[in-house]
Write a protein that binds this ligand. Structure first.
Ligand SMILES: Cc1cc2nc3c(=O)[nH]c(=O)nc-3n(C[C@H](O)[C@H](O)[C@H](O)COP(=O)(O)OP(=O)(O)OC[C@H]3O[C@@H](n4cnc5c(N)ncnc54)[C@H](O)[C@@H]3O)c2cc1C
Length: 252
């Protein structure tokens, strides 16, 4: 499909992660002249390529129905464009801890019903007996960063977005060069807002340790122990898993 004729309105998007790249090609597809500015060597090289790669569907938010519904709907719209970046299906599990969980088994099942998510009670041999009350197998997906980057480039090029990599341009210069600016710089947001004459916003930063562990005998186990004593075991490729524990991973 060829993009619509440019409207004459120009937009500068600062930050080429998944948010900036998506905003850029959607605005360009709507007929605006868009330039995407990314300070690194390539798009999708920031947080989008350094996380747990889980494409959330709403299971994660049993105490926040609006966010869960957003995640469910976001999954569908993300999959429409990017499903070719999903990894081969992995059995995903969410479990309710035996002790100290802020969500009970019944509340989790009710939550899944309300959001329209499938959750099937199952047993995971890897779990220490007595550690979780119930384990559920669910439908979620992981994405492959390299494939996601390739698809994002295809979207940007087909919508005729101009992409400036290794950009060192100050935000105020970008603002002067365009009618509108979109700031999609995630953790660097407050380095940019003052340059645009905007108040910084309050952000919370956490220093976390996420061990990547060689786990050849775990195959592709994917597990989240929800809400309270939160633990996540996520496949990381190359016979590895990324481990996260709410208590032990966050150092400061
Ligand atoms: C540890 C961790 C695990 C997570 N796990 C998951 C998960 O499993 N599933 C999930 O859905 N979400 C997860 N998230 C959240 C998810 O990673 C983010 O919501 C998402 O990547 C944010 O995308 P973004 O485009 O806003 O940010 P980024 O991908 O960080 O993109 C921002 C871009 O802005 C660029 N930039 C910054 N300043 C400038 C500047 N001045 N000029 C030009 N470019 C600039 C950066 O280089 C970067 O490329 C996780 C987050 C963390 C921290």
């Amino acid at each position: 499909m060829s993009p619509p004729a440019p409207s004459g309105v120009s937009v500068g998007v600062i930050g080429g992660g998944i948010f900036g790249a998506t905003a850029a090609w959607e605005l360009a597809a709507a007929g605006l002249a868009v330039t995407l500015y990314e300070k690194r060597d390539d798009i999708l090289s920031g947080t989008t390529s350094r996380n747990f790669f889980r494409v959330h569907r709403g299971y994660h938010y049993p105490r926040d129905l609006p966010t869960a519904r957003d995640a469910r709907d976001g999954f569908d719209s993300f999959a429409q464009v990017f499903s070719a970046a999903f990894t081969a299906p992995v059995p995903h599990h969410y479990a309710i801890a035996m002790a100290d969980s802020l969500t009970t088994v019944e509340q989790f099942e009710r939550h899944c019903d309300r959001v329209g998510l499938r959750a099937r009670r199952t047993r995971l041999p890897e779990l220490v007996p007595g550690s979780v009350a119930v384990c559920f197998e669910v439908d979620e997906a992981y994405y492959d960063t390299t494939l996601l980057r390739k698809l994002a480039w295809e979207c940007l090029l087909s919508a005729q977005v101009r992409v400036e990599l290794r950009s060192a341009r100050a935000a105020r210069d970008i603002a002067r060069a365009h009618d509108f600016v979109v700031v999609a710089a995630y953790g660097s947001l407050n380095e940019i807002l003052p340059d645009l004459g905007c108040e910084p916003i309050e952000l919370q930063y956490e220093l976390c340790e996420v061990p990547i562990v060689h786990t050849p005998d775990l195959d592709r186990l994917s597990l989240v122990v929800l809400d309270g004593p939160f633990v996540s075991v996520a496949p990381y490729g190359g016979n590895c898993h990324a481990l996260y524990d709410l208590v032990h991973s966050v150092h400061a």
